[in-house]
Each structure stands twice: as structure tokens, then as C-alpha cells.
Ligand binder design. Structure first.
Ligand code: SAH
Length: 213
């Protein structure tokens, strides 16, 4: 599959749709305009890649809806060289957005099939996360902590304590919390022991599962 002017045109339209839905960060909208989302999907979905929808990516998982990716990315307030931990690599699309924002990205995936497929895809495309990890996101990544921000891209039944513990002071955790439906929740670490919590609208994610390995 290739990236063409037609795809670029569709991406510009998608960015306008996301702006209409309330995304204001020009950096995030630029990422949406730049990243070839159709290449992150199976070719059978290519025609739909620039609709604001989630799609299956195998192993019962989905690529998140572009609005959701943009919304979470905006909440993270990524600055160049921020150390960012992503839980749920999936297709790698959210990873690519974070890389476009010039973050140093560490990304964890617990489905081996997806982990392998997406790691190969990053290499092929020249996307360079600092580390792709096959493992359980509930534990975070203590060896690389603390992080400027942590993003969870699966629905978490509860907020895992290790993720809060691995934030820098001033760091942010963006996590959708809930079972059938999730409330987008932003935690900001205001001191060693204190966190400020803000809640946003409801979203639907595939579940954040506990480790089987
Ligand atoms: N960011 C991805 C979203 C994929 S869906 C994208 O843009 O495509 C969520 C992903 O989280 C799935 O790939 C799922 O396998 C993964 N996941 C679920 N529970 C996990 C856990 N405990 N640790 C790491 N990844 C997990």
C-alpha cells in the first residue's frame, strides 16, 4: 500500500472533523494530517481509514477512533523529549502520534501476535519508539520510570497504582476507567503523595486485561 495525495486529502478532512468535535491542539491536528492511518489497518479497511471510527486489527483488538487518539494525546500535553509510556501498542497508530509530537515513547503490548506484527511494522516504516515491550501494562515499566506522562489505550477496570507511582511530579496519567463504558480520567501528580483528578466524557475501549504470560 502507498500513501498518495488522495490519502493526504482525506487526512486533512479528518483533521477538520476532529477540530469540529473540539480538538484544539494544532500539534495534534498536524499529527493526524501527517500519519498515514490507512497503513496501520488491513488493506480491506483502507477505504475507511479516514473515517472517525475504530476498526478491528486482529487478536480481537481495535485501532482506536481518531477522535479518541487526538483527545487523549491533547490531554497528555506532550512536549519534545518528554518520556511517555503507552499501555496497549495495538496497531501502533497512537504511538506514531506520540512520536510525531517528538516524545520518547516506551510502549507495552500484551498480545504477542500484535506485539510482533506492530514491532515489525515500526521498523519497516522507520518509526522509532525507544522501546517496544511485550508484557503486562498493569505493572508499568519501573526500569524506565519516572515518566512525564502515561497513556492507557485500553479500558481499565481500576487505576493501577504502579502507573501513578511511575509519574514524575507534574506528570500526567490519561486512563479510561470503567467496565462496559469508560470515563476518560486525567491524573496529575502534584507532589510525592498527591494527585489531582479530572474526569472527561465517556468512551468505549477494548478491556485492559491482566497478564497471561
Ligand atoms: N493504541 C492502540 C489501541 C489498541 S486497543 C491503537 O491505536 O491501535 C488496546 C490495546 O491494549 C490492545 O492491543 C490490547 O491487546 C492492549 N492491552 C490490553 N490489556 C493490556 C495490558 N494489560 N498490557 C498491555 N497491553 C494491553
Amino acid at each position: 500500500m502507498k500513501d498518495t495525495l488522495k490519502h493526504k486529502g482525506m487526512r486533512n478532512k479528518l483533521a477538520n472533523i476532529l477540530a469540529d468535535k473540539g480538538i484544539v491542539s494544532t500539534k495534534v491536528l498536524e499529527a493526524i494530517k501527517t500519519i498515514p492511518r490507512h497503513l496501520f489497518l488491513d488493506s480491506s479497511f483502507e477505504d475507511h481509514a479516514y473515517q472517525d471510527k475504530a476498526f478491528p486489527i486482529g487478536a480481537e483488538q481495535t485501532i482506536s477512533q481518531p477522535f479518541t487518539v487526538a483527545f487523549q494525546s491533547e490531554l497528555l500535553e506532550v512536549e519534545p523529549d518528554h518520556k511517555v509510556l503507552e499501555i496497549g501498542t495495538g496497531s501502533g497508530y497512537q504511538t506514531a502520534v506520540l512520536l510525531h509530537l517528538r516524545a520518547k515513547v516506551y510502549t507495552i503490548e500484551r498480545q504477542q501476535e500484535l506485539f510482533k506484527k506492530t514491532s515489525r511494522f515500526f521498523t519497516k516504516m522507520g518509526y522509532r519508539p525507544k522501546k517496544t515491550i511485550f508484557g503486562d501494562g498493569y505493572k508499568g515499566l519501573p526500569t524506565e520510570a519516572p515518566f512525564d506522562s502515561i497513556i492507557v489505550t485500553a479500558g481499565a477496570p481500576f487505576v493501577p497504582n504502579p502507573l501513578l507511582a511511575q509519574l514524575k511530579i507534574g506528570g500526567k496519567l490519561v486512563i479510561p476507567v470503567g467496565l462496559d463504558e469508560q470515563i476518560m480520567t486525567l491524573f496529575t501528580r502534584t507532589s510525592e503523595k498527591e494527585f489531582e483528578k479530572k474526569e472527561f466524557g465517556s468512551f468505549r475501549f477494548v478491556p485492559m486485561l491482566e497478564d497471561k504470560n
